[in-house]
Design a binder for this molecule. Structure first.
Ligand SMILES: O=P(O)(O)OC[C@H]1O[C@H](OP(=O)(O)OP(=O)(O)O)[C@H](O)[C@@H]1O
Ligand SMILES: Nc1nc2[nH]cnc2c(=O)[nH]1
Length: 188
């Protein structure tokens, strides 16, 4: 995809959450995580690639001891609709007896988080919670009523990008979150 087209994608997108809104969401999350995890020696398990920016921005603000691990499970592979989930990298640390917080960019249908939750439980984590930057609102969840344990931002049922979330593997680097508008682009 050429640079002009990629710039057009962003110019034609709708701004959903600006950086100020994201910053205030991060502050709320820091407060909640500090209350719940300051004395629990948690492992934050970052889901690559989408969780990268959110993790970097959020976890560096926590003032209590924590460990960070990562895993890579993907089912979108740069597309705007999901397929089968595939493990690329499993968590490295011993999760047995630990409080694990799975950190990802978005809970959409929830198949990705569901698979990672089950994986952490099978490795005998003491507790497993989910922390996402943004939750997509619709009724097609992997388990009915599935919600993240920690999340401060919502999106309607549209494809979004920015702040870790990609459009065709691009624009994860944006510090704002946009709604992709397919009707304004002739890419799909
Ligand atoms: O709730 P779901 O419907 O399962 O979708 C959410 C997942 O989709 C995206 O990952 P993707 O598979 O695109 O991989 P990526 O993080 O490498 O972009 C996103 O980062 C979440 O992990
Ligand atoms: N970039 C991006 N990845 C997703 N994975 C699941 N839903 C989405 C979405 O809306 N945007």
């Amino acid at each position: 995809m050429d640079i002009d087209t990629l710039n057009q994608i962003k110019n034609n997108a709708t701004l959903l959450h600006d950086n100020q809104r994201i910053e205030s969401a991060l502050s709320c999350l820091v407060e909640k995580l500090t209350l719940d995890y300051a004395n629990k020696n948690p492992i934050f398990l970052v889901v690559m690639n989408g969780g990268l920016i959110f993790a970097g921005q959020l976890l560096s603000r926590l003032k209590f001891p924590a460990q960070i691990d990562y895993c890579h499970a993907t089912r979108y592979r740069g597309n705007t609709s999901g397929g089968e989930i595939g493990w690329k990298v499993e968590p490295h640390m011993d999760l047995a007896g630990r409080h694990v917080v799975i950190l990802d960019d978005i809970l959409d249908e929830g198949h990705t988080l569901k698979a990672i939750i089950e994986h952490c439980r099978s490795r005998k984590a003491q507790s497993v919670k989910t922390l996402v930057l943004i939750e997509k609102i619709h009724d097609r969840k992997a388990s009915p009523g599935m919600r993240p344990d920690y999340c401060e931002l919502e999106t309607p049922d549209k494809y979004v990008f920015g702040y870790g979330m990609d459009y065709n593997h691009y624009w994860r680097n944006s510090d704002e979150i946009y709604i992709f508008n397919p009707e304004r682009n002739d890419t799909e």
